[in-house]
Design a protein around this ligand. Sequence first.
Ligand code: ZN
Length: 130
Amino acid sequence: MKLSISYWRLKDRYYRLVGVRCEECKNEFFPPVYVCRRCGSRSLTDKEMPKTGKILTYTELKETLAGFEDQEPMLLGIIQLDNGVRILGQIVDTAAENLSIGDRVKAVFRKIQEHGSSGQIFYGYKFVRT
Ligand SMILES: [Zn+2]
């Protein structure tokens, strides 16, 4: 089925942090774009993002959305990957008082949410300090 194939492809891209690279100006983007935001080129190819970067800024959420209560307080950061791309990500395995701007982090594959009634578990990337 066409639909499920593209669904799995999208999930795969998300898991592996696959963005795109502009063949004209060499800038990289995540999530992927169809038109380069810098030069307008449509000549874009898949590019896996680096899994390491640094914390530009972060915030601690004392309350989150329904379904994420077990992860409170949640740390969310803007991470600048080593290719310059900035992404929003959850920072885990540490407490807010141990974090500093500029800390090195790496992307890891973790459980995002467990769907209570179906038992389905969703995975994705999160960040840990290195
Ligand atoms: Zn470009």
